[in-house]
Design a protein. Structure first.
Length: 546
């Protein structure tokens, strides 16, 4: 807060704030501090990476103490901070701290440049992590041996978290820079006018106080928006995602009622899915029409795909809701994914004029991130369902295949002191319950059984031995499946070869009688038939000719 009892303004002319000079001073101080902290970083690094960080530290010393143009020094600083992130991503994949260094690079890009350097760093980081993920998952590239095993879900979670945090940081920094620039300009204008009269000084204090309060409110909103987005980005359950979003927005922004609607495919009905208030929770599951109507703010938000604000001070456009009589300000935000509105975020406040254009801008960003998280969770769930269906189909097909195979033949072998012998008939004594029985399972289906008996009828088996035998049983099951597949492939190849041989012999002549005679002979020989007959023409035509 600004003190209103400021001392009289000094008669000395105050130099205007120069952002470029500030940046030059800022980067020098930042580099000097980094030189001191870099020594600690090198000492704490691993032996394998020490040469890499020493080279970076030499570059840091060079741009710090050698006279260098600002733009070179700024870009070199960003490259030096991104290099450890690149090294971490190449070595540890989604388990390292690459995202932290990339976020710091985005922050430096926003602070040191006016153009879209922070956006460029963000885009390059996302592309780099995506490429590493594709190469690592496909087996083209291998992470460090010490890195934990990665999965597609781990990569998606890591890249998704960085994507959300990066966008939030870029949006927050961009808005902060705009507000900061505007505030500085206004402060300079007011400071210039203060030299004219004491009355202008009072106005300046009031404007500064007002602007500072607005800036504080804006920063609080940005902070709450960032924290809320970070919290919901980690949720992978749709119901929990919607409920948490409604509750967090209501608590952190101070709205007494927050509701989330999901639209049907025709965008004619909105279904209430989550609410933060007790009355709203009673209405969950109910459908609300969104037909085009000038007095229906839900329909207007869907139709125009923009935030709709209604205030009770505007009686002409304000529509009261009997379910929420305390509402004095209301804002409805569309939840859009790639331009397609999938839901609505309904915010109610009991304060007058609680919503403005700036609030709509910040909360619309949060609504967009909520929509993206909702769509991502939906896609993840659909993918999991598809994988489950594929696994179930594979399990059923495996059961049918092996049931058909074991119906024709039931191969079994037994090891005895006399050696290994095949079992042609099932001995009922094998099911007497003695010994250790381990099932042979494949894709969740039992295809056989292993029975083991110790010498001297010892019945005790340790858990370690059982676990080892189960692993062996798994390998046996895979080997049996591979053998079956090879056998089927061989049979298919033999059939194809037989067909090719018959076709070759039949095509050796163009005479119709010779072709028919050759085909009959080959069919009798291949299938060892008693008789093979080939008739040219249909039976009906032959009877007519007779």
């Amino acid at each position: 807060m600004i003190d209103r009892n400021l001392s009289p303004v000094n008669n000395k002319t105050q130099e205007p704030f120069n952002i470029n000079e500030w940046r030059k001073t800022f980067i020098i101080n930042l580099l000097r501090v980094s030189c001191v902290l870099g020594i600690i970083f090198i000492i704490g690094s691993s032996f394998n990476d020490r040469a890499f960080y020493i080279s970076l530290y030499i570059g840091l010393l060079a741009i710090t103490f050698i006279p260098t143009p600002y733009i070179v020094r700024a870009f070199a600083s960003i490259v030096i901070i991104l290099a450890p992130g690149i090294n971490s991503a190449l070595s540890w994949g989604p388990w390292g701290d690459a995202s932290l260094f990339f976020l710091i690079g985005i922050l430096l890009g926003a602070l040191l440049f006016d153009n879209f350097v922070d956006v460029s760093v963000f885009v390059l980081a996302v592309i780099f992590m995506s490429v590493i993920a594709v190469f690592e998952i496909s087996g083209t590239y291998q992470l460090s041996d010490a890195a934990p095993k990665t999965t597609l879900t781990a990569w998606l979670a890591s890249i998704g978290d960085f994507f959300v945090l990066g966008i939030l940081m870029i949006v927050a920094l961009g808005q902060l820079k705009n507000v900061f620039t505007q505030a500085i300009q206004q402060i300079q204008e007011v400071l210039t006018s203060l030299t004219a009269s004491a009355a202008e000084k009072i106005k300046l204090e009031e404007k500064l106080l007002e602007r500072t309060e607005a800036l504080e409110n804006r920063m609080n909103q940005l902070r709450n928006s960032t924290n809320t987005a970070r919290a919901i980005a980690e949720i992978q359950n749709i119901v929990e995602l919607l409920e948490s979003t409604a509750q967090l927005i209501s608590e952190r922004f101070g709205y007494y009622h927050t509701a989330l609607f999901i639209l049907d495919e025709q965008k004619k009905t909105a279904f209430l899915q989550a609410s933060s208030s007790a009355r709203g929770k009673e209405l969950i599951g109910q459908a609300f029409g969104v037909e085009v109507d000038r007095k229906n703010p839900l329909a207007t938000a869907v139709e125009q795909n923009r935030a709709i604000i209604t205030l009770d001070v505007d009686q002409k456009n304000f529509v009261s809701d009997e379910n929420f009589p305390l509402t004095r300000s209301r804002m409805i935000l569309p939840l859009a994914v790639r331009g397609n509105v999938v839901g609505l975020l309904d915010l109610h406040s009991d304060q007058p004029r609680a919503f403005g254009a700036e609030d709509a801008e910040i909360l619309q960003t949060l609504a967009d991130l909520t929509a993206i998280s909702f769509d991502n969770v939906r896609l993840i769930n659909e993918t999991r369902n598809l994988v489950s269906q594929l696994e179930a189909n594979t399990s059923i097909q495996t059961q049918r295949t092996w049931r058909k195979l074991t119906t024709r033949q039931m191969p079994a072998f037994q090891y005895t002191p006399a050696g290994v012998r095949p079992i042609f008939t099932r001995d009922k004594r094998s099911d007497d319950g003695e010994g250790l029985h381990i099932p042979l399972t494949l894709y969740g289906q039992k295809i056989g059984n292993i029975k083991l008996k110790r010498k001297n009828n010892q019945a005790d088996w340790s858990e370690r031995e059982k676990a080892l035998i189960e692993k062996i049983a798994d390998q046996v099951s895979l080997a049996l499946e591979n053998s079956r597949l090879v056998e089927e492939a061989q049979k298919s190849a033999a059939r194809d070869q037989m067909i090719a041989n018959i076709s070759t012999r039949i095509r050796e002549t163009l005479d119709i009688e010779s072709v028919a005679r050759t085909a009959a002979v080959e069919l009798q020989r291949v299938f060892d038939l008693k008789e093979a007959e080939i008739v040219i023409g249909s039976t009906q035509e032959t009877d007519t000719l007779n």
